[in-house]
Ligand binder design. Structure first.
Ligand SMILES: NC(=O)c1ccc[n+]([C@@H]2O[C@H](COP(=O)([O-])OP(=O)(O)OC[C@H]3O[C@@H](n4cnc5c(N)ncnc54)[C@H](OP(=O)(O)O)[C@@H]3O)[C@@H](O)[C@H]2O)c1
Length: 218
């Protein structure tokens, strides 16, 4: 079964995509929202897409799902600081996964934004210093996760300062069929994973494709 997973901001494309894939893998997962009713509606919709072998997705207020054993933060970067600050007590001592990609579309094209901390993941670690922050999933397109007919075939970089936490997240990534976890080293390496996503989005547009990453030579 694995540890119960809570997804803060779990009603967006990435949170719902991850919830769907985790549940399909038999993991216990709950999507969070500012509005518990919306979270329950989203959970209901996800359950209607899953077959009997999957675990049932739950839904609740962000504060409630932050109490789960392992927490994914799937909020827009701009909303991360304010939201997570209010949840720091619930997150203390836990593995917290950063998925945020700081990006702007000011020029009409995706451009990386560079947080003062170095990356969104490092900023998250500053916001909740009592948590074991690990970055993952920044390069995975939500649309790919959300279509269960699609067989995933890509790598996920996993960066974090706490080796044990990093290993646990790598194992979690690999519970999703078709994803391979590649540990990238300390949390500071998340700036590279986050920086890849604007490039992938440009490639998607240029090649009318849905791109992901694959590290060769391992
Ligand atoms: N979408 C992708 O393909 C993708 C891929 C890789 C990484 N990422 C990263 O993953 C994160 C989530 O992406 P997403 O596309 O799922 O994001 P999103 O749809 O923009 O937001 C996710 C959820 O966050 C909550 N939220 C939005 N604004 C908020 C605010 N001001 N304060 C508090 N909560 C707020 C909303 O939930 P409620 O309204 O229900 O509270 C929303 O459903 C982002 O940081 C993104 O960079 C996304």
């Amino acid at each position: 079964m694995g540890e119960p997973i809570g997804i803060i901001g779990g009603t967006g494309p990435l949170g719902t995509g991850l919830a769907l894939r985790f549940a399909a893998a038999g993991l216990e997962v709950q999507v969070g929202s500012r509005d518990p009713e919306r979270a329950r509606e989203v959970a209901h919709r996800l359950n209607s897409l899953l077959d009997g072998s999957a675990t049932e997705v739950g839904g609740g207020r962000n504060q409630e799902v932050a109490a789960r054993a392992l927490v994914v933060v799937a909020l827009p970067y701009e909303a991360m600081r304010a939201t997570v600050l209010g949840l720091a007590p619930e997150l203390a001592g836990k593995i917290v996964i950063s998925t945020a990609v700081p990006m702007s579309f000011a020029s009409g094209r995706p451009e990386p934004v560079h947080p003062e901390a170095g990356s969104a993941a490092e900023e998250l670690a500053e916001i909740c210093p009592g948590s074991r922050v690990v970055g993952a999933f920044q390069t995975v397109a939500a649309g790919q996760l959300l279509d269960l007919r699609l067989r995933l075939d890509e790598d996920v970089l996993v960066g974090g300062d706490d080796r044990e936490a990093r290993k646990e997240v790598a194992n979690l990534v690999q519970r999703i069929e078709g994803l391979r976890a590649v540990e990238s080293g300390p949390l500071a390496t998340c700036r590279y994973a986050e920086g890849l996503t604007p490039l992938l989005l440009r490639l998607n547009r240029l090649h009318h494709a849905q791109t992901g990453i694959r590290i060769t030579g391992l």
